[in-house]
Design a protein around this ligand. Sequence first.
Ligand SMILES: [Zn+2]
Length: 117
Amino acid sequence: MKRFKCWLRRNLWPVWALWLALEWVVWGVRWLMHRRPSLPRDFYDTEAWRRLRYQALRRSDGKCQCCGRGKRDGAILQVDHIKPKSRFPALAMSLGNLQVLCRDCNLGKSNTDVIRW
Ligand SMILES: [Zn+2]
């Protein structure tokens, strides 16, 4: 009996260590998923985003929806998420959540402002 207990102590700790490591991995994955809600890091490089961006530019006739200036007036146009994608990742690819702003107009808008022009 004493020998058996000794054997158990010697052979059980790898199992316990393995279980602990597995738990760590599960928690690590869960933490990563929580940290990055489904949007790729290079979101603005994706084909889908470029296509959507083009649609938004066409819809606005290539003009800033705030001040009405276009490329010919020297404005740098940017397609902006009305509801920021960092807070509303589900709306990141929704055309209805996009607006075209020139850089000057967009600069005044922060991530907390969700105004629709
Ligand atoms: Zn503008």
